[in-house]
Design a protein around this ligand. Structure first.
Ligand code: PXG
Length: 462
């Protein structure tokens, strides 16, 4: 048998056992099984390879997480060293380990001033659930147990556990599970291109921010515990706030004594050209959650950072904090994260995103604005979104059931580029090591795929 035939047989084998035994996240299992799953077998730099030998450029850094790129031997070595030295021990019984303590101090040194205490978890969802529990605990400690309602935004993505999914504002996430839970409320969000009706962006930003004030007043400020938001919407469609938005949100939270929870699971660790999106937008959170970029996805780990208000109250409550996971502060995940942060600093990747590759990437993706299918190009740092529309001059959108974004995404995959389709918005978040010529290639393939999509729809190509 030729080696090509042998590889093909192996692919078939993996597809068969995957279909029998593996239920995938956010996937229609029957439809996938009919089609046959793609098996990714290796990765290096910004590239992936599937089991049939096809190379794909990973324009999404996995799921917005592989910030330092694939194939970092140093991270494998850090994991190996930690596994040999201390493969596991917990931080429950008045113990710690060098990796978790050093990582807590390292993260605290990178965070905006005041966020100095860290609670570890293992995923973004767990971090958000933990943050909400700590918010509830904080208000109990303050003698305000009636302050228990969590407000968040439409289009928000905060994860999938019971509370994180309740916090999420993407409505398809709720009906299968009878969510949201009681005590979770939503406010409209800033999505200027899709919902702003051509208004002045800053006037629109203020108008939307004030919906939070209206909601707090409607519920009663003495019942509202927190407001949660991503600095930039990620999985909701990569929407950016006008300049007026965040200062007004902060004014409102301060005025009504509502804790501000900022979810930096995507925006943390360099994506926007600062260490955290909060720095990019001048936000001062009471509590911040982070995950993905801490380890660049090489190990599962997440964290909750507490500002002085919550941190001091909890650290001086003189009682046990009845919360924690078996893997909280796992030594191997912490060792890998420490090495990952060392790489980001040594290679000055955050500066690179702010001053060099980020601006280059932004300029290149904006060239796509001339394509007839492209309504808006938006982005910051190494985050980019290109919204496909039916008629760019009239700003008319495609019918949702046409699923134009998925058609375009399929063309991208077939042409060697992983791009994420969120409704009809095509999203890019490449690794922070991406080179200029790789950005050129990504944009070249994207343009070709917009042409192929336009052709399918009988619309003009670029
Ligand atoms: N908050 C934000 C802002 C996220 O983007 C989570 C929390 C949850 O993290 P975990 O680790 O529990 O998944 C996320 C995760 C996508 C996609 O397709 C995005 C995420 C996860 C899966 C898919 O864009 N973000």
């Amino acid at each position: 048998m030729s080696s090509k035939a042998a590889t093909h047989n192996l692919t078939k084998h993996w597809q068969e056992i995957d279909a029998l035994h593996h239920i995938h996240p956010f996937t229609d299992t029957a439809a996938l099984n009919k089609k046959g799953v793609r098996v990714i077998v290796k990765a290096d730099g910004i590239n992936l390879w599937d089991s049939e030998g096809h190379k794909l450029i990973d324009g999404m850094s996995g799921l917005w997480c592989v910030n330092v790129g694939y194939g970092r031997t140093e991270l494998a070595e850090a994991a190996y060293e930690a596994m040999k030295t201390l493969p596991y021990y917990n931080s429950f019984f008045q113990t710690t380990n060098p990796y978790v303590t050093e990582l807590a101090a390292k993260i605290a040194s990178l965070l905006p001033a005041g966020l100095s205490r860290i609670v570890f978890a293992n995923s973004g969802s767990e971090a958000n659930d933990t943050a909400l529990k700590l918010i509830r605990y904080y208000w109990n400690l303050q003698g305000k147990p009636q302050k228990k309602i969590h407000i968040s935004r439409e289009y928000a993505y905060h994860g999938v556990t019971m509370a994180a999914a309740s916090l999420s504002g993407l409505t398809p996430m709720h009906p299968q599970f009878d969510l949201p839970l009681a005590g979770f409320e939503k406010v409209p969000t800033v999505y200027w291109y899709g919902l702003g009706e051509g208004k002045d962006p800053n006037a629109y930003g203020l108008e939307v921010a004030r919906k939070l004030e209206e909601k707090i007043l409607e519920l009663g400020p003495d019942r509202v515990a927190s407001f949660s938001a991503e600095p930039i919407h990620g999985a909701g469609g990569l929407m950016f706030p006008p300049d007026s938005y965040w200062p007004e949100i902060q004014r409102i939270c301060r005025k009504y004594d509502v804790l501000l929870h900022i979810d930096e699971v995507i925006t943390g660790f360099g994506r926007t050209g600062e260490w955290f999106g909060s720095q990019t937008f001048g936000i001062a959170p009471d509590v911040m959650t982070m995950a993905k970029g801490i380890s660049s996805g090489y190990q599962p780990i997440s964290a909750v950072a507490l500002g002085p208000r919550m941190g001091d109250a909890i650290a001086t409550s003189n009682e046990e904090l009845v919360h924690g996971f078996t893997w909280s502060g796992h030594p191997v995940a912490c060792a890998v994260s420490l090495k990952n942060l060392e790489i980001i600093e040594r290679e000055k990747l955050v500066d690179r995103v702010r001053d060099d590759i980020g601006p280059y990437f932004q300029a290149k993706i904006r060239e796509l604005q001339s394509h007839p299918l492209v309504g808006e190009v938006r982005g910051k740092g190494l985050l980019g979104a290109i919204e496909l529309v039916k008629d760019k001059t009239k700003r008319t959108f495609f019918d949702r059931d046409m699923d134009v974004g998925t058609q375009c995404r399929n063309h991208c995959f077939a042409n060697g580029l992983v791009m994420r389709a969120i409704r009809d918005t095509m999203v890019l978040a490449p690794p922070m090591i991406v080179k200029r010529e790789e950005v050129d290639e990504i944009v070249r393939i994207a343009r070709r795929c917009f042409d192929l999509t336009a052709k399918d729809l009988g619309l003009p190509t670029g």
